[in-house]
Design a protein around this ligand. Structure first.
Ligand SMILES: [Zn+2]
Length: 257
């Protein structure tokens, strides 16, 4: 009688045989680096009202509210360091197995860990840059936060445009070039892996599904239920903390090759 292989063995075999992996990451990857989950029970949205993009562009009061909220989180974001999941994904890229990494996270930790810019799509933007809403010049947030802390005046660009942390606000569209790049990867990948995401925020969560609907294996690793748990497209579902589960399995694969 053949013994059924464990989920761990199955995932390792998927990693071994795949050459163009599409990885999708969410908040569960960041919590291991001390970044709070905004949507969780202790999340910031239980205390604050989000500022919608149109309001930010229209109202100085809304800009003050948004910068005040971002200032509150800035210290934690600036001090956060990548963890074993971020590093394991860099290792997969160095081994030539990563096609594209698509993240919902805005902490910039995948970039800090060393994932190449051309293999990284930060769907919801990044807190590690500030962007002018007029000329789109990007710059280091630190001096702007310092100025806001002292003056309580929302910073402006040299061109006169409003500066905003380079994250996608409520009511703001995702970047179409980012969505195109993610869609192309979904069409070309041979394994799609969702890590630490509740897979409940769209259109982001549609990206792994696009790949899975082509029939490529789809592995979901998350602690707690996800929006894709009941879908037939999910080949393998591993329950637990991704920072404990994922890095040892990657190490097991790369140690052999
Ligand atoms: Zn500007």
């Amino acid at each position: 009688m053949e013994i059924e292989s464990s989920p761990r063995e199955r995932f390792i075999r998927f990693l071994q045989t795949s050459q163009r992996i599409l990885i999708f990451t969410g908040a569960g990857v960041s919590t291991g680096s001390g970044i709070p989950d905004f949507r969780g029970p202790q999340g910031v949205w239980t205390r604050r009202q989000p500022v919608y993009y149109d309001d930010f562009m229209r109202s100085e009061q809304a800009r003050i509210e948004h910068w005040d909220y971002k200032l509150e989180g800035w210290q934690a974001f600036r001090q956060a360091r990548p963890n074993g999941v971020h590093e394991a994904i860099v290792d997969l890229e160095r081994a030539g197995k990563l096609l594209l990494l698509v993240t919902q996270n805005i902490d910039g930790l995948h970039a800090r860990a060393g994932t190449s810019p051309e293999r990284l799509v930060e769907l919801h933007g990044t807190n590690l840059l500030v962007e002018c809403q007029a000329c789109h010049r990007r710059s280091d947030p630190e001096p702007h936060f310092e100025a806001f802390r002292q003056t309580r005046r929302p910073p402006r660009c040299y061109c006169g445009g409003f500066l905003k942390p380079a994250t996608i606000s409520f009511g703001q569209s995702l970047d179409s070039a980012d969505l195109d790049q993610a869609g192309e990867a979904a069409a070309a990948t041979d394994l799609v892996v969702a890590l630490g995401s509740s897979l409940s925020v769209y259109p982001a969560a549609s990206i792994p599904l696009l790949a899975a609907r082509r029939g490529v294996p789809y592995v979901v690793i998350n602690r707690g239920p996800t929006g894709h748990d009941d879908l037939l497209e999910v080949t393998l579902r591993m329950e637990g903390d991704v920072t404990e589960l994922f890095p040892p399995m990657v190490r097991a694969v790369l140690a052999e090759s």
